[in-house]
Ligand binder design. Structure first.
Ligand SMILES: Nc1ncnc2c1ncn2[C@@H]1O[C@H](COP(=O)(O)OP(=O)(O)OP(=O)(O)O)[C@@H](O)[C@H]1O
Length: 453
């Protein structure tokens, strides 16, 4: 069986016998490539080989273990170091931990278990870090402007022009637009296309958090800062440090908190509630609102100084009814997404259905279009969406399906029946498509039969 040595370990140990034993323990895992060193200097000279882990004996002939560790902490701060020592000296151990040493293991009987345990933990940590990196990378592709924000209409071209001006700087951005026009999608795309893409994107919906909790949610608190603060909590601003914070529905923020937010923005630092430690901030702020903030300002509901601080690059997202042919582009995109997520066969939209889609005014904008398309995909037969499959929330059809007239159970009946029709009553296939058990389908069918006719 071929094995790949993907985890390189450097081990620094001058005692010949112990070195042999260490090499044996570390090489037990086929994945490990172990390189033994007798002298600290030799190990330091070989760092360009990029080890994944370094073990260091504390007492060495040419330089002290402490010196080696100190040098490693500046030259390779991200590579975990495990110290192996012949002595149990708490003071030494504590000092070494200040250099960021991962573990301190004494040369005792259980060294094998302790060492392998430490290595396993390090590997799990490293693979988690790699996964986070990988996901961030994937996210940044996913949020490329023209891949995540679908639209080709004149007003959307203007939006794209503005978006491209936001990538190389940290200027604040204020997004306005009716509900469902894609304000959050745009905020994410700005972040993942900016030079902050590898740092966090933290979204906070101001309207969704009770006023009494909002301050601590945003700025954090120390343990015991107020009744209920049972432990220290980092606020969203600190969480977003180095990256972007998205304050959705900023127009809902109370005046008293607006003053605190202004202070944080001006000072570029935050102090957790009940604490005195000042945390420096480097956070880009993107705000969104469906309200007219300039009007709120005139009505004394929004602070003028905060308004201008947050305004930065203003981006207006037009309602869907003003986006010309984007309705069809978006409908196809949302349909493909739904097909992908549910592993359905290809579904197309008939030209009459397209016309029906264009004729509607979408008060709920793209969120509403998404719901309409998903329902149409479920309702249609023979994998083609016809005008009758398109049901608007303002018309009675969709209301009949989605609102009080139908319970969730009845809605489920409807979907299962549609799928059974589409797949010629093949229960196994329908169960697979809907990702539910066959028994569930039989149970529904039985219940339908038992309903009074
Ligand atoms: N241009 C677009 N391209 C593709 N999908 C979009 C686009 N705009 C919005 N969407 C989709 O529409 C839905 C609503 O978008 P989003 O939540 O960003 O809207 P919003 O303006 O923030 O809404 P609200 O004001 O209610 O918070 C999401 O599912 C989003 O993925």
């Amino acid at each position: 069986m071929s094995t790949s040595k993907s985890f390189k370990i450097f081990a620094l140990e001058d005692n010949a016998l112990f070195s042999k034993m260490l090499n044996y323990i570390l090489s037990m895992d086929d994945e490990h490539e172990v390189v033994m060193f007798e002298k600290g200097r030799d190990l330091l000279n070989a760092l360009d080989q990029k080890p994944n882990l370094i073990t260091v004996d504390y007492s060495l002939p040419d330089m002290t273990g402490e010196e080696v560790i100190q040098k490693l902490s500046t030259r390779m701060p991200h590579v975990p170091v495990v110290v192996i020592s012949g002595q149990t000296d708490v003071k030494t151990a504590v000092k070494l931990f200040t250099y960021g040493v991962y573990d301190y293991i004494t040369k005792e009987e259980d060294i094998r278990e302790r060492l392998l345990n430490a290595i396993n933990k390090i590997k799990v940590n490293q693979s988690l870090k790699e996964e986070v990196e990988h996901l961030r990378e994937e996210l940044s592709h996913k949020y490329e402007f023209d891949k995540s924000i679908i639209g080709n209409s004149k007003p959307m071209k203007k939006v794209f022009q503005m978006l491209h001006k936001t990538t190389d700087n940290a200027i604040n951005i204020s997004i306005t637009g009716e509900t469902g026009t894609g304000k959050e999608v745009v905020a994410k795309a700005i972040h993942y296309n900016s030079n902050r893409a590898k740092k966090p994107f933290v979204a906070v919906n101001i309207a969704a958090i009770p006023t009494s909790l909002l301050e601590s949610e945003l700025f954090g608190h120390e343990k015991g800062a107020f009744t209920g603060a049972i432990s220290k909590r980092i606020g969203k601003f600190e969480e977003a440090n180095g990256g972007t914070i998205f304050l959705d529905e900023i127009g809902e923020m109370q005046m008293s908190l607006q003053a605190k937010l202004l202070r944080v923005i001006q000072e570029r630092e935050v102090v957790r509630i009940g604490g005195n430690q000042v945390v420096k901030l480097d956070v880009r702020i993107i705000t969104a609102t469906h309200r007219d903030l300039s009007k709120e300002m005139m009505d004394n509901k929004f602070r003028e100084d905060l308004y201008y601080r947050l305004l930065g690059v203003p981006i207006y997202l037009p309602p869907l009814r003003e986006r010309e042919n984007d309705v069809i582009l978006l409908a196809k995109h949302l349909l493909d997404q739904f097909i992908d997520q549910n592993q359905l066969e290809k579904i197309t939209i008939s030209s009459d259905a397209k016309q029906k889609l264009i004729d509607y005014h979408y008060p709920g904008n793209i969120r509403e279009l998404k719901a309409i398309i998903e329902l149409a995909a479920v309702m249609c037969e023979k994998n083609i969406i016809l005008p009758s499959d398109i049901q608007y929330s303002s018309s009675s059809d969709l209301e009949a399906v989605m609102s009080k007239d139908m319970t969730l159970k009845e809605y489920n009946f409807e979907i299962i029946q549609r799928f059974l029709k589409r797949y010629d009553d093949n229960v196994a296939k329908v169960a697979k498509k809907l990702d539910i058990g066959k028994v569930t389908i039989y149970r529904y069918l039985k219940e339908i039969e038992e309903l009074p006719k």
